[in-house]
Design a protein around this ligand. Structure first.
Ligand code: IMP
Length: 165
């Protein structure tokens, strides 16, 4: 399974159009989840031609290809998000544990609104139900690398998404 560069480009452009429509005049804060979402974030914001701010948060949840279940805040946001329109930009939602943790942590800061955009949704792997507002691609139970997604720190620099053989 591969998501080609062309498919990534056109889907990111579509997501950008939907977000642009929904957030015009709201000056959102887009919160990229490190490390996996950094390439997606970079491409996505260039497809959203409205006033916006960016920030990043780093979470750790995985060792190798198996979920540990434990989520840890490695590095926090640098701006307060109280009363702001926050859009989380996630790489992959798998079991949902990371996103559930992040949603709780951000809701506690009382944003005016909180939505989530993820590039890849592995819906059939879900262990806790989480709301996702914008989804790039839904894939099956396969471990993928490239376009920011890693396996043991490797392969983030592939320009496309591929199944790890
Ligand atoms: P969750 O907490 O199980 O939803 O896992 C979410 C995180 O695990 C994602 O943000 C990714 O960083 C990582 N992850 C899950 N599946 C994959 C994959 O197929 N390739 C690379 N990273 C993955």
């Amino acid at each position: 399974m591969v998501i080609t560069e062309e498919a990534l480009r056109s889907r990111v452009a579509e997501l950008g159009r939907a977000i642009t429509r929904d957030y015009a005049d709201r000056r959102p804060v887009l919160v990229g989840v490190l490390q996996g979402a950094f390439l997606f974030m970079a491409d996505l914001i260039r497809a959203i031609p409205i006033e916006l701010q960016t920030d990043f948060i780093a979470l750790a949840s995985y060792a190798g290809t198996r979920p540990s279940g434990a989520v840890r805040l490695v590095s926090d946001l640098s701006v307060p998000v109280e009363d702001r329109h926050v859009l989380v930009v996630e790489d992959i939602v798998d079991t949902g544990l990371t996103l559930a943790y992040l949603r709780r942590a951000l809701e506690a800061r009382r944003p005016r609104s909180l939505r989530v955009c993820c590039l890849v949704d592995k819906a059939e792997r879900r262990e806790v139900s989480v709301e996702i507002d914008y989804v790039g691609f839904t894939i099956g139970n396969v471990y993928v690398v490239g376009y920011g997604f890693d396996w043991q720190g490797l392969y983030r620099n592939l320009p496309y998404v591929a199944a790890l053989e």
